[in-house]
Each structure stands twice: as C-alpha cells, then as structure tokens.
Design a protein around this ligand. Structure first.
Ligand code: SF4
Ligand code: SF4
Length: 463
C-alpha cells in the first residue's frame, strides 16, 4: 500500500545503508556541521552516522547530541511511572510475557484497584503515568480504558494527583482514539516494534500481526484529535541501523503529512521475560545503544526521547546526557505490581530497580533537574503549538522554570519532613543553580515568587 511505502520505504532504506556503509571523515564532518544547526538530517546523512566506526568521531557525535539536548530541552529530566491495568491479551508477540500462550492467570484491575495503584504512584512523587494494557476487545474494551483514565484523573490525595495520563494501547480505530482524546489523554504512544515487514510478520500473531494497521495507527489517532503522538521500536528484533532510519523516515512522514513530527521517540531494548524463549536476532550492544540515542537526537532534534527502566543505571546515566528527556523510575511492569511484585507476572525484566528517590539523588549529582512538569498539554501547548516552540529550541524557556517549580513541590512534599535532609539540601542547591540561569529577568523573579508560594503550601504552579 502506498502509505506504508511513504512511511517506511524498505527498499530505499536498504539501498541507503549499502551506499553509506563506508563513511569518510569529510562527509561525517559536513553532517556534524549540519547537525549543529538543529534542523534535522536527511535519511542519507543518518545512514552515514549509523555506519560510523571511528571512535574519535563517535565521541564527537556524542558531544553534539549532548549539546543539542541541552539547547533544546535544557537540563530537565521528566519522570513518569507506567501503570499496567490489564495483562489480558489476544496477541502472540514473541518478545512479550503477556503473549497468549503464557498460561499465567490473567489479571484486570477493577476501577477500585486502579485507584489504589494510582495512590501508590502519587505517594512515590509522580505526576505522570503511562497507562499500559494488552489488546483484548472482550476484557479490555475501549470503555474500560476510558473509565480507567477517568479514575486515574479523579484520584486526589494530600500529596497531589496525576496530572497527565499518557496512553500506550494497541492500534485501534479513529472512533476509539476520539474517546481517548475526550478524556484528555496526554501523548498516545504506539511502537512499530520493528519496521522490517518480514520480521514483523514472523514475530506477531493475532490482530497485531497486521503491519498496516500498526504503521498507520498514528494517522488515525491524529484524525481522532490526538496531536501528541509517540513512536518507537523494540531494539534487537532487526538491524538497528534499519530501525533508526525507519524511525527518522516515520518522523519525516508525520511532519510532512500531519504537520507535526512525533512528540516522543522511545528506545526500548529487548529484555528477557519469564516465559519468553525468543532470543533477539540482532542484539544491540551498549555502545551501539548509546549511538542510537545520539543519532536520533541529532536527526530529529525537536522530539522528546524516552528511556525506560529496561536499562541499567550506568547506561541510563550516560543516556540522560546524550539526549533522553523523559524517563520512568520505580517502575512495576504488571497489573497491580505497585501493590505486590511477582516476578512471573512482569511484561519484561526491569534492569533499574531503584526507587524514584534514588534515581533523583543520582541525577542531582549530574546537575540535572528532576521534573514533574505537565504544563504544556494542560494549557494547550500540544501538536503544532508545541512544535512551533520545540523546533526553534524555545521550549526550554518553559521547561527550566517549570522543572524547578515541580521539583520544589516534590522537595516540599516528599523530602522536607521525611528525614531526607540530604536530598532536600542537594535539591535546593541545584534549584538555586538553575534559577540563576533563567535569562529572562521577569520569568526569574516570577519563579522565585512562585517557589515561595509553594513553600507556603500552594501547589501546581506553572508557566
Ligand atoms: Fe499483547 Fe502488547 Fe504483549 Fe503483544 S506486546 S503480547 S500486544 S501486551
Ligand atoms: Fe514538557 Fe512542556 Fe513541561 Fe517542558 S514545559 S517539561 S515540554 S510539559
């Protein structure tokens, strides 16, 4: 079908990978110069970067990626927690523990249980969740998902509430997407898993095996009114070079045809799971994984990048500097997992088992601002409005003060009276450092005023 080819022209991508397989220094230097302009790269230029082997040039690529991340998104790292509501699934995806062959007793949370899980997540300090759910029209119909979202938003505790529900559910119809929009979801995320058609068909059985349904889902979601859309692949299923070019091609398609590029690109890497016997045909080394993040950062500079707890703390630490702007922390990957963690029930194995507070302590050492900001979507800075700020690198003017304000709220709620003196003091040190870096004097003064209001008990202040 024509549209599939427009999103990802397999033949063309393979030809580019062949043509670019021996990049010379001069070509790479020209690409680096273009990358520094933060306007993105062509598929061919991305091809050369994926074939880069020279260690010195790779290190230069990492420097450029880190600088672009700083210039566009600043020092903030936005946190979220996944919230699994049901592991019922009619699909058989080789790499996922919820595949239909797994004899696991399936679990679907009641609305009351969803409320309880939401409270647990709020009490950790989170303000954003990513709702996750298997595909099952009988057990997980769209009305159940809609009620789950309404329930999550309805929970208010002394420590706050969830202010943004992002959703990761299987590809569906425009009508279903409209329903998600009506209950005010943040980003709709759907990963292609692999853009390589033959591999996709081999690894999926059930309704998800429909490659076209999967790859065109963002178009239907957009038509249904959702304009913050996330894409991604599961690295390890096929050659990562092909997947990176496909992600960039998909981004360019969205930009051209929907008028908005992806809001986020996620970079999950295959991880083991209890009943998964599949072994990745194209395992991705740590070195290549970091290269993937750096290449995507320079190729699609305006797009947020998401890293999950599939990665070890050491890798996450480097990835945060290279280009990641959002990450999960303290995650549980099974329905009811925040109440009771059972290893056999997880969707995949988590490699960063630290709680949110530990991750916060760690990133403060690297002078990053832990952010719980949800401002943009709540004041309509979505889709084109968001892109108009992100593309010219203006969004960090909002991210910095909002990151500071939401982190101050975290410090006052979760660190002040809980014997967490160390994190409280270190936190305010970093807050002070970035307050002084707010260039606009009015914004700086207003941020200082709002910090005082938060200290006196006001909450949820943002620009
Ligand atoms: Fe089901 Fe999603 Fe797992 Fe596939 S990846 S088995 S669709 S939950
Ligand atoms: Fe995200 Fe907007 Fe907040 Fe920046 S200001 S962290 S882009 S919601």
């Amino acid at each position: 079908m024509k549209v599939i080819k427009e999103i990802c022209d397999e033949e063309k991508i393979l030809q580019i990978l062949e043509k670019t397989k021996n990049p010379d220094r001069k070509t790479i230097e020209l690409i680096f110069n273009k990358a520094k302009e933060k306007k993105g790269l062509s598929l061919e230029e991305v091809g050369y970067l994926t074939n880069l082997k020279d260690k010195e040039l790779i290190s230069e690529l990492f420097n450029i990626a880190g600088k672009i991340k700083d210039e566009i998104y600043g020092e903030r790292l936005v946190f979220f927690a996944p919230l699994y509501i049901s592991d019922f699934c009619v699909n058989d995806c080789e790499y996922c523990n919820f595949h239909i062959r797994n004899p696991l007793k399936r679990r679907k949370l009641s609305l009351e249980e969803i409320k309880e899980e939401t409270i647990r997540i709020i009490e950790m300090g989170h303000k954003r969740v990513l709702l996750e759910c298997g595909e099952d029209p009988i057990n997980n119909p769209i009305d159940y998902i809609v009620s789950a979202i309404e329930t999550i938003y309805s929970v208010k505790t002394e420590k706050g509430n969830i202010r943004r529900v992002n959703v990761n559910i299987s590809a569906t119809t425009k009508e279903d997407y409209k329903k998600l929009k009506e209950v005010k979801i943040g980003t709709y995320q759907l990963f292609q898993e692999t853009y390589h058609y033959e591999t996709y068909k081999k690894l999926h059985k059930g309704p998800k095996s429909d490659y076209e349904r999967q790859i065109t889902a963002h178009i239907r979601a957009f038509e249904g009114g959702i304009d913050d859309l996330g894409i991604g692949v599961l690295f390890g299923l096929y050659d990562w070079r092909f997947e990176v070019l496909s992600l960039v091609s998909h981004s360019q398609f969205m930009d051209k045809h929907l008028g908005i590029g992806p809001h986020t690109i996620s970079v999950p890497r295959f991880r083991e799971a209890p009943t998964v016997t599949y072994q990745p045909a194209y395992p991705v080394s740590d070195e290549d994984f970091l290269k993937i993040i750096a290449i995507l950062r320079v190729a699609v500079p305006y797009t947020g990048m998401i890293l999950s707890t599939r990665e070890r703390p050491e890798i996450r630490k480097i990835a945060f500097k290279l280009g990641i702007s959002q990450t999960s922390a303290g995650s549980r990957t099974s329905p009811g997992g925040y109440k009771k963690f059972l290893k056999e029930e997880v969707q995949f194995e988590v490699y960063d088992l630290r709680n949110l507070e530990e991750v916060i302590s760690d990133i403060l050492e690297d002078k990053l601002i832990p952010s719980f900001c949800t401002a943009c979507y709540r004041i309509g800075r979505t889709g084109e409005n968001f892109m108009n700020l992100a593309k010219p690198g203006e969004i960090h003017k909002f991210c910095r003060p909002n990151g500071i304000l939401t982190f101050v709220e975290y410090l006052e709620n979760f660190a002040k009276n809980n014997g967490k003196k160390e994190i409280y003091e270190k936190g305010y040190e970093v807050v002070e450092y970035y307050l002084n870096k707010i260039d606009n004097e009015n914004v700086r003064k207003e941020t200082i005023k709002r910090i005082e209001r938060i200290k006196k008990g006001e909450r949820d202040l943002y620009f």
